[in-house]
Design a binder for this molecule. Structure first.
Ligand SMILES: CC(C)=CCC/C(C)=C/CC/C(C)=C/CC/C(C)=C/COP(=O)(O)OP(=O)(O)O
Ligand SMILES: O=P(O)(O)OC[C@@H](O)CO
Ligand SMILES: [Mg+2]
Length: 228
C-alpha cells in the first residue's frame, strides 16, 4: 500500500475470535479511528477472519490484517498485511523462522506487506506466552531493541505490545527517544481518554483492542478524541 498508514494516530484492533454485532461495527467505523487491524494470537482461522472482513469491508476505512502465522494470512478485500517479528523472544520462529516457511511455500505480494518489530512486554498475554517473550527487561533494554529495529533492521514499525494490560509510560517514552525513522506503535490496556493521551504523547500511533469489547464504543470514541 502507499505510505498513508504512516499518518494513522489511532488503530482499532478487532479479534476474529470474538463476536461483534453489525451495529457495533458501524459505530466503530464512524468513531474517528484511522484504521481497523484484524488480529489475535489464539484461534484465528481463515473462516473467522473472512467472516470479520465481510462485516467490516463495507465501510470507508482502511482494513489491515495482522496474522499470527501463515495460516492466518488473508488479503482479499484487505489493504495490507502487517506482519510481526518478535525481537525479545529466544525462539527464532517468532523472529524469522515462520516467515521463512511462509515465503518458501507462497507467492508474496511484497507491495502489501508492512513488517512490524514487536517488543512484547506482558508475559501473561497470549502473545507473550506463545512466543515465550522475555518481558522482565528495563526501559533501557526496550530502547535498545527499538533502536536496533529502527536503525539496523530498518523496520518501518516498532510496536510496544502490552496486550491486555496498561504499560509503563516511561518505557514507551524511552522507546520514542530511541526511534527516528520507524513509526512507534503502542498497544495495551487503553480504555479511556487519559491513558490514550498519556501513551499518545510518546507513540505515533495507539492501538485499542479489548476496550471495544469490554467497555463499548463510547470508550473507544474517548480514546480517539484524546489523540486526534
Ligand atoms: C510469517 C507470518 C505470516 C506470520 C508470523 C507472525 C509472527 C511471527 C507472530 C508472532 C507474534 C504473534 C503471535 C502476533 C499476533 C498479533 C498479536 C500480538 C495479537 C494480539 O494478541 P493477544 O491479544 O495476545 O491474543 P488474543 O487476543 O488471541 O488473546
Ligand atoms: O487489547 P489491548 O489491551 O487494547 O491491546 C491492543 C493491542 O496491542 C493488542 O495486540
Ligand atoms: Mg487480544
Amino acid at each position: 500500500m502507499d505510505d498513508s498508514w504512516k499518518d494513522w494516530v489511532h488503530i482499532t484492533k478487532l479479534d476474529p475470535d470474538k463476536v461483534i454485532d453489525n451495529d457495533t461495527v458501524a459505530d466503530i467505523a464512524t468513531s474517528g479511528t484511522d484504521a481497523l487491524m484484524l488480529s489475535g494470537t489464539l484461534n484465528v482461522t481463515q473462516e473467522n477472519m473472512r467472516e470479520l472482513i465481510m462485516q467490516v469491508k463495507e465501510y470507508d476505512l482502511p482494513i489491515v490484517v495482522e496474522p499470527a502465522g501463515p495460516e492466518g494470512v488473508v488479503l482479499d478485500e484487505v489493504d495490507a498485511l502487517f506482519v510481526p517479528s518478535v525481537l525479545n523472544t529466544p525462539d527464532m520462529r517468532w523472529m524469522v523462522g515462520t516467515h521463512q516457511k511462509w515465503v518458501k511455500h507462497n507467492h508474496i505480494d511484497w507491495t502489501r506487506v508492512i513488517p512490524e518489530a514487536y517488543i512484547v512486554l506482558n508475559p501473561a498475554s497470549s502473545v507473550g506466552k506463545v512466543t515465550a517473550a522475555i518481558c522482565d527487561i528495563s526501559a533501557a533494554d526496550v530502547a535498545a531493541y527499538a533502536e536496533v529495529a529502527d536503525q539496523y533492521f530498518s523496520f518501518p514499525v516498532v510496536y510496544i505490545e502490552y496486550s491486555g494490560t496498561y504499560g509503563d509510560p516511561k518505557v514507551v517514552a524511552a522507546a520514542s527517544k530511541a526511534v527516528s525513522d520507524a513509526r512507534l506503535f503502542y498497544g495495551g490496556g487503553i480504555n479511556n481518554a487519559e491513558k490514550a493521551a498519556e501513551m499518545g504523547q510518546f507513540a505515533d500511533t495507539i492501538i485499542v483492542g479489548n476496550a471495544v469489547y469490554d467497555d463499548g464504543v463510547s470508550a473507544l470514541r474517548a480514546t480517539v478524541k484524546a489523540v486526534q
